[in-house]
Design a protein around this ligand. Structure first.
Ligand SMILES: [Zn+2]
Length: 87
């Protein structure tokens, strides 16, 4: 198995590995691989960053909803103004 393949296997199993759902032998191999492979260490850190990412997308949704409601109010006002003006 070359290094690239090892990393691919590591990435595939990483989720199971963090949930301790891999066999002891696999876990041992993954611990060893993680210790020596900076690439996979960085990937692991990125996985750890995921909750923050979810927080960010919630913020984005908040902004999106706020923009939508402001737009609705603006649209409502525009319609109301034109009706009022035409009268
Ligand atoms: Zn690796």
């Amino acid at each position: 198995m070359n290094k690239k393949d090892e990393c691919a296997v590591f990435q595939d199993l990483y989720e199971l590995y963090t949930e301790e759902e891999v066999e002891d032998e696999t876990k041992q191999w993954m611990m060893e691989h993680e210790a020596v492979c900076t690439y996979c260490q960085n990937c692991g850190k990125e996985n750890g960053r995921n909750p923050a990412f979810h927080e960010d997308s919630e913020k984005v949704w908040g902004i999106r909803i706020m923009t939508m409601s402001l737009y609705s109010i603006f649209l409502f006002l525009a319609i109301w103004m034109s009706v009022w003006y035409l009268w």
